[in-house]
Write a new protein. Sequence first.
Length: 221
Amino acid sequence: MGNTGLVAKFLKNGFYNCEDVEIIELLLRLHLDTLDYRFEAQVLLDHYGSLSKVIDAAADTPFDGSPIRNDYRLGLRLPHEIANRYLFDRLKQKPLVGSPESVVDYLTHSMKGLKREHFKVLYLDGMNRLIADEDVSTGTVGQAMVYPREVMKSALRHSAAGLILAHNHVSGNPKPSQDDIRITEKLSNAASLFDIVVHDHILIGGNSYFSFADKGLIQKA
């Protein structure tokens, strides 16, 4: 894939569907030059207020009037996306059930700074190891449609034996709503029809989280 095509692919979807060789290729494309970017850096910092907010903003869809030029976005997004991929690869190396810390670390990092709620499903094999990770919906759980049949179609496509559900609360409060509880029940019931186990539903709010499994709510679902 040419330079323009690979960068466009990354800017559209991050590392989703990027091969490892493409990620390394992107890193090799970064090079130092003799230009001074101090003025541009100060403009971004003044506009957004902190380094983390600049990086979060670079991950959002560009909008008219944004001080982040398109040619800045590659460099600003890469550190966050590299960390996501690193944590994701670490998750794949061990069973996830019974070791929530690694899952929470990955989810907290990958969902931090998102401006909308994303509903994510982690698909596990029979040894509780990670097969795939997909965003199945964007928006609030009460408004965005999380269709159990679509989640089950993906689970069957991946030959998954288990699921871990996750989504972020933009408010920063990870306490589950009634909608969160209802969708957990629906997905747990749908999964049971295919002998697939929903192991947990983890809510991420800021730097804190809520685990349905830790509170015994998965068993009730």
